[in-house]
Design a protein around this ligand. Structure first.
Ligand code: AHG
Ligand code: MN
Ligand code: MN
Length: 332
């Protein structure tokens, strides 16, 4: 082929939609409901991506002057993100209820015949919104516990991470990416804004077994347990790189690609750590495990924790397997 022609006809790669459809056809009894649910999340993420990209221009990067159920300051984009995802999941009809960081109670979508439940951090890293730094969305998908056709209850969302059917995140960064797993490896897709599509860019992602990056808010060092403090001293002695964006999704994503560890241990302000089990820790622990890494609370695998409360927090130590195991040694 003529080289000019070649240049203008290079393949764009596998579109996410085709990828989802291909995966579905590999399962003989798949009905397409999970595929539709994933598409609903994808649609909401594209809309939100648009809002985020022009946030500064239209004034939605501002604060709401109100607090969410966590007693944390809410930004307008937190609320916008929550509405976008709730609406897409409601209209898509595959989700019977949603647990969101932004709502105290579970949100019934009215789709009582739907068999899935979604837990969601609609916008992660909200303190980074108005400073133009990467933010994200985190989601987990579960099969409901209550009978199809009946009203969903809290029991449907209080499931352990091991029972996730799928989990993923969207990173609104220098490019927008979707990374997700359905329990058969992890795949990453990059958004092509001019086409309005995600394309497979990171097939079968694996986290390096060890790395040289540690990510922790060291400003809280004095609050950390002696074991965590000793591990941080060890990282310094080894001349590891300290990298902390303050958006969990972004910190996690970098460490997934490069190898590293993220820690949010217990502090004075947050005795159980700051991060939420049901819509932050479980999803990322499922992804990291599928990529060959590990997520721990310091006392056990995150995915084995039986949740007691919808918005419960848990200390998180997550990333390259050898590094997480080493922290556990320091904690002994
Ligand atoms: P959210 O914006 O959803 O409330 O999450 C913020 C979280 C997480 O993204 C980040 O890693 C962590 O808070 C940062 O906390 P510190 O500012 O205490 O380090
Ligand atoms: Mn968050
Ligand atoms: Mn959030």
């Amino acid at each position: 082929m003529n080289s000019a022609l070649q240049k203008f006809t290079t393949p764009v790669g596998t579109a996410l939609d085709r990828f989802i459809a291909t995966k579905q056809s590999e399962f003989p009894f798949a009905t397409g409901e999970l595929s539709q649910l994933l598409r609903d999340i994808v649609l909401a993420s594209k809309i939100l991506n648009r809002e985020i990209n022009r946030a500064g221009l239209v004034g939605i990067e501002t604060s709401m002057d109100q607090e969410n159920v966590q007693g944390e300051h809410q930004q307008m984009l937190d609320v916008v993100a929550d509405i976008r995802f709730t609406r897409a999941l409601t209209r898509g009809q595959q989700t019977c209820c949603i647990l969101s960081e932004e709502n105290d109670l579970i949100v019934e979508t009215g789709n009582r015949n739907a068999k899935y439940v979604v837990t969601l951090d609609p916008l992660d890293g909200s303190s980074n919104i108005n400073v133009n730094v990467s933010i994200g969305t985190i989601f987990s998908i579960y099969r409901r516990k209550t009978e199809i056709g009946t009203p969903p209850t809290e029991e449907d969302v209080l499931q352990k991470g091991r029972d996730q059917v799928a989990a993923g995140y969207i990173l609104y960064g220098s490019s927008t990416m979707l990374v997700y797993t359905t329990g058969y490896g992890v795949n990453g897709f990059t958004y092509e804004p001019s086409l309005g599509e995600y394309f497979l860019s990171h097939p079968n992602m694996k986290i390096p077994a060890t790395g040289q990056i540690y990510s922790v808010n060291e400003g809280s060092y004095e609050d950390f347990s002696p074991g965590i403090q000793q591990y941080i001293q060890y990282c310094k002695k080894e001349r590891y790189a300290a990298r902390y964006i303050g958006s969990l999704v972004a910190d996690f994503h970098r460490n997934l690609l490069k190898g590293g560890i993220y820690l949010y241990p217990s502090t004075q302000q947050y005795p159980s750590g700051k991060l939420r089990l049901l819509y932050e820790c479980n999803a990322l622990s499922f992804i990291v495990e599928q990529a060959g890494g590990l997520g721990s609370s310091g006392e056990g695998n995150i995915l084995d924790i039986i949740p007691q409360d919808k918005h419960q927090r848990v200390p998180l130590i997550i990333g390259s397997k050898q590094m997480v195991k080493q922290v556990l040694e320091f904690l002994k």
